[in-house]
Design a protein around this ligand. Structure first.
Ligand SMILES: C[S@@+](CC[C@H](N)C(=O)[O-])C[C@H]1O[C@@H](n2cnc3c(N)ncnc32)[C@H](O)[C@@H]1O
Length: 303
């Protein structure tokens, strides 16, 4: 999203972090707009993405630090309270989908891998092998929003031990599908749910939002682009908690108005509603059609 750079309010000399550097598109924009002396901390957990972005950002050498890590670990290497903006552009990158050997694509033959960080042990095939039918069904329903979750979980359980490749899985789902027209492949939602579980995407986001927020200076902005309703919900709840002018005392589990303790809000929404991509953007990049961008600004008095 081109608007993401605008929302970050990128300015000359500013200091930023890109927690999902991918191929380096946004990162390059940040470095260009913060020239001549702006600084960028950039990371990705995918080693291929780090290589790609290092090549792309070569012209800006000396103005950025690039690390291979989860953005939930930003606090370990980025100065606390020192940044003007942090960008998280979540989900899967186009190269991850294009490279068959990564196992993310429903229609390219590859191993059932789906790890964004290949140093991690858990792969998609392990989930398919070891989770029972009920757990698989819950996963496909909750993270994939798949209506036929039970049907597909049953079909997979019956083929346990024989599913090794992406095409074997997507063809099994295709055969088990009740049919009917759909703009997407019948296995798309199952693949999405598996990918999100393999990479603990919601857990990383939950930890990452706090880590990113702590890196911002007063007045700094957090820009988050999500592609999944569960992710967007986490971002919305995070922002709502920070914009409140009261807190619930420790040990109290319910929000009882009489027990609320007043405090100054930590954040404000730059746009109260999630920002959708423009029609031109969707035309240029079809994947952006399900994107939602939320932008929060740290209140000036907070650190
Ligand atoms: C949509 S792409 C980002 C594209 C990037 N903004 C660009 O302009 O090229 C998402 C990237 O985020 C990375 N990613 C997703 N979750 C991550 C996490 N928790 N920590 C670090 N990187 C993550 C993925 O590996 C992928 O490369």
């Amino acid at each position: 999203m081109a608007e993401a750079l605008e929302m970050l309010k990128t300015f000359p000399g500013g200091r930023y972090a890109d927690g999902t550097v991918g191929g380096g598109g946004h990162a390059e924009g940040i470095l260009r707009m913060s020239a001549p002396d702006g600084w960028l901390f950039a990371c990705d957990r995918d080693g291929d993405a780090i290589e790609e972005s290092r090549k792309r950002l070569g012209a800006y050498e000396g103005r950025f630090e690039l690390r291979r890590c989860n953005f939930s670990e930003l606090g370990a290497w980025v100065p606390r309270g020192g940044l003007d903006g942090v960008l998280l552009d979540l989900g899967v990158s186009s190269p991850q989908l294009d490279w068959a050997h990564r196992g993310f694509s429903v229609n390219k033959e590859g191993p059932l891998d789906m790890r964004q960080d290949d140093r991690q042990v858990l792969k998609a095939v392990d989930i398919l092998e070891h989770w029972d039918e009920r757990e698989l069904s819950k996963l496909f329903f909750e993270l994939g929003g798949e209506r036929h979750a039970r049907r597909y979980a049953k079909a997979i359980s019956q083929r346990r031990g024989t599913l090794k490749t992406t095409m074997q899985l997507s063809q099994l789902i295709e055969r088990s599908s009740p049919g009917g027209w759909s703009p997407i492949h019948p296995a798309t939602k199952v693949f999405q749910a598996l990918r999100m579980a393999v990479n603990d995407e919601l857990g990383s986001l939950e930890r990452g939002l706090t880590a990113a927020w702590d890196c911002l200076r007063p007045g700094g902005r957090l820009v988050v682009i999500t592609f999944h309703s569960g992710e967007d919900r986490l971002v919305k709840l995070f922002g709502r908690r920070l914009e409140k002018d009261y807190e619930i005392p420790a040990g109290i589990t319910q929000d009882v108005p009489e027990l609320r303790r007043p405090r100054s809000p930590e954040s404000r929404w730059v746009s109260r509603k999630a920002i959708q991509p423009s029609a031109e953007e969707v035309e240029e990049n079809l994947r952006s059609r399900s994107a939602q961008m939320r932008v929060m600004e740290k209140m000036p008095h907070k650190n």
